[in-house]
Design a binder for this molecule. Structure first.
Ligand code: ADP
Ligand code: MG
Length: 643
């Protein structure tokens, strides 16, 4: 027996026990080697006419034996001589494939796609095997050799038989333990599953004997009551799909093919809303195929949801969901990125440098944005549907990370217009603002129907200004983060975005303002009693400059609106750093209730003034769609009034 070198022994132990996080990749590694071996033979045949092969016959065969507990991966590729077996499999981290690539880098290798590079993948077989036997015959020789090892001490090499050139890797599976079933993949479905997942796009056929059920031929004398009979037969089948659809030009793939691929690989029952195919060449070569689903993937708004794109390198799956490839706000996008240029780490499970990934991610983000924008403009109905599912994430994106991405996202947002009763963009809002409108208005509350009835909303609408009705928790933060919007026209001035519940709406004329101030000082005493009755709840009680049909409305000054304060109060720790909510009760001097108040005050009935103040405050809260702290007290006050 030839011993592995001492340092090799240590390395081997490390390899087998620590490099890979996932045992099942052993098959991916062996299939990748087989594919490389076949690729190399094909490449040689291009320049060496003595090699008589047809590309169509090149293949990888899988077999299993449940009794002997073996899994075999065979190829009819380049094979190895005795010396090569010793060198390639006896030396860890020696990659002949890497050398092959380097040697042939200058030549036209467009048609070969070598996967190997580190010289360690083979040893992953020892994660599941207690012994591995490799029977190989080089294309340059008539003699085959068998290499065998337990993956611990060393290996033996002896003469063997093999009819043609190529290699068989036979894994003798470890014994099952309480925790591990090493024979899990020692059957048709286990193997097929691994191939589908990791090696589906390996460019040579991967064949496996499969059990198929077929209808028995109908007997000649079968009567009219004959029911067809079925039998199971064995048939060698190609179980990988080989051609990675993302490498094909968009013009060569039908929509149906894309849809089928999307549905089967990303487990969706509905066709994607959009398919994006990207092919980049140059400093970083990659292909990407992205899908925008027609509906939200399950659990998209939960913490457990994992975003990301499948990452392939040279047709072999590296990562199922590579998170770095997608920003959070486009987390609904599914798809595949494939690049040969990635510097993988040794386990081929992660990448060494994120720079390449970042560059790809940036391109992808731009592309998604462009696609969404085109949908918004050309197929509004579909876009609205999509936005209903994914808009919330984009709104979060606007305010996440201190708003760094808001410019990218702002024109993708849709809001519900009270005026048009449909979803519009901020651009559309700004474009139809009448002369004199200085701000973009929105209202925030639990339901649109409710908001549409709010007095202040109607007061703004009466001015001829539109109001965006927002009913998602994130809206308020999104609007705050945006702060203002100018529209697409060049040189446009940013218009501030204002909640209709804020104090300085800028709706009133100077005269109206002056008149309201005059009324406020005129009724200072009355308003003072009311403010006192409300105590901490309000900062002041004033006469409103805006005419609504309600007797009173609540407004707030500064960033913190009542709605937001309510929302934060419900979030644990939410109020801790939150700015103070400065509330004003604004009275409608034209409303009969104001007359009643004045009369009560004139008659010295302070108790009535106080009761009214409290009822008006509570009522205004209810109108805003907010809940009362003490509904029983409110009911009692109304009862007092009714008596
Ligand atoms: P890598 O594939 O990264 O080079 P591996 O440990 O997987 O590293 O394989 C080491 C070397 O063994 C390969 O470079 C290749 O030369 C050789 N080898 C492995 N499997 C085969 C095979 N099926 N046919 C021919 N050569 C092989
Ligand atoms: Mg390899």
């Amino acid at each position: 027996m030839q011993q592995f070198k001492t340092e090799s022994k240590k390395l081997l132990d490390l390899m087998i026990n620590s490099i890979y996080t996932n045992r099942e990749i052993f098959l991916r590694e062996l299939i990748s080697n087989a594919s490389d071996a076949v690729d190399k033979l094909y490449f040689r045949s291009l320049t060496d006419s003595s090699i008589d092969i047809s590309r169509d016959n090149l293949a990888i065969n899988l077999a299993y034996d449940k009794v002997a507990r073996t899994i075999t991966v065979s190829d009819n590729g380049i094979g190895m001589t005795k010396e090569e077996l010793e060198l390639n499999l006896g030396t860890i981290a020696h990659s002949d494939s890497f050398e092959f690539k380097a040697e042939n880098a200058e030549k036209d290798t467009a048609d070969v796609d070598i996967i190997g590079q580190f010289g360690v993948g083979f040893y992953s077989a020892f994660m599941v095997g207690k012994r591995v036997r490799v029977v190989s015959r080089s294309y340059t020789s008539d003699q085959a050799w068998a290499w065998e090892s337990d993956g611990v001490e060393g290996f033996t090499i002896e003469a063997a038989d093999r009819a043609e050139c190529g290699t068989d890797v036979i894994i003798f599976l470890k014994d099952n333990t309480d925790d591990e079933r090493y024979d899990l993949y020692c059957d048709e479905f286990g193997l097929a599953d691994l191939v589908k997942r990791y090696s589906n796009y390996v460019r040579y056929p991967i064949k496996l004997e499969c059990t198929v059920s077929r209808m028995k031929p109908r007997p000649e004398d079968a009567g009219s009551d004959y029911t067809p009979e079925f039998e199971n037969i064995s048939e060698v089948r190609t179980i990988n799909s080989m051609i990675p659809i993302w490498k094909r030009k968009k013009s060569e793939v039908s929509d149906e093919e894309y849809a089928e691929f999307y549905k089967s690989d990303f487990h969706d029952w509905e066709d994607p809303a959009r398919t994006i195919s990207l092919h980049a060449e140059g400093s970083l070569t990659y292909d990407a195929l992205l899908f925008i689903p027609a509906h939200a993937p399950e659990g998209i708004y939960t913490r457990d949801f994992k975003k990301g794109l499948a990452l392939y390198s040279s047709n072999v799956l590296i990562m199922d969901r590579c998170e770095e490839l997608l920003p959070d706000y486009f987390n609904f996008v599914r798809g595949v990125v494939d690049s040969q240029d990635l510097t993988l780490n040794i386990s081929r499970e992660t990448l060494q440098h994120n720079g390449q990934l970042k560059a790809i991610a940036r391109r992808i983000e731009k592309k998604i944005k462009t696609e969404l924008a085109s949908m918004r403009d050309k197929d509004r109905e579909a876009y609205e549907k999509l936005f209903a599912s994914f808009g919330m994430g984009m709104k979060y994106g606007v305010y996440a990370d201190y708003g760094v991405q808001k410019d990218l996202l702002v024109d993708l947002l849709l809001f519900y217009s009270a005026k048009h009763q449909k979803m519009i963009t901020l651009d559309e809002y700004v474009a139809e603002m009448p002369e004199g409108q200085e701000a973009i208005y929105y209202a925030y509350g639990e339901s649109r129907e409710h908001l549409a009835k709010m007095p202040i909303v109607n007061a703004v609408l009466a001015k001829g200004y539109d109001v965006l009705l927002c009913n998602e928790g994130v809206d308020e933060f999104c609007m705050m983060s945006l702060g203002g919007y100018g529209g697409e026209t060049e040189g446009a001035v940013n218009k501030p975005i204002k909640n209709v519940a804020s104090e300085d709406l800028g709706l009133e004329t100077e005269e109206e303002k002056a008149a309201a101030e005059a009324m406020t000082s005129e009724n200072e005493e009355l308003l003072g009693i009311m403010a006192e009755a409300l105590g901490e709840k309000v900062e002041k009680v004033v006469v409103s400059a805006i005419v609504t049909d309600a007797p009173a409305v609540l407004t707030t000054e500064g960033l913190m609106t009542l709605q937001m304060a309510y929302m934060l109060r419900r979030t644990p720790g939410g109020m801790e750093d939150a700015p103070e909510c400065r509330v004003a009760l604004e009275l409608n001097a034209k409303h009969p209730v104001f007359g009643t108040l004045k009369a009560a005050h004139a008659a010295g009935d302070d108790a009535k003034v106080k009761l009214f103040a409290e009822i008006l405050y509570d009522q205004a809260l209810l109108v805003e769609g907010l809940s009362l702290e003490d509904p029983i007290a409110f009911a009692q006050k109304i009862t007092t009034l009714l008596k």
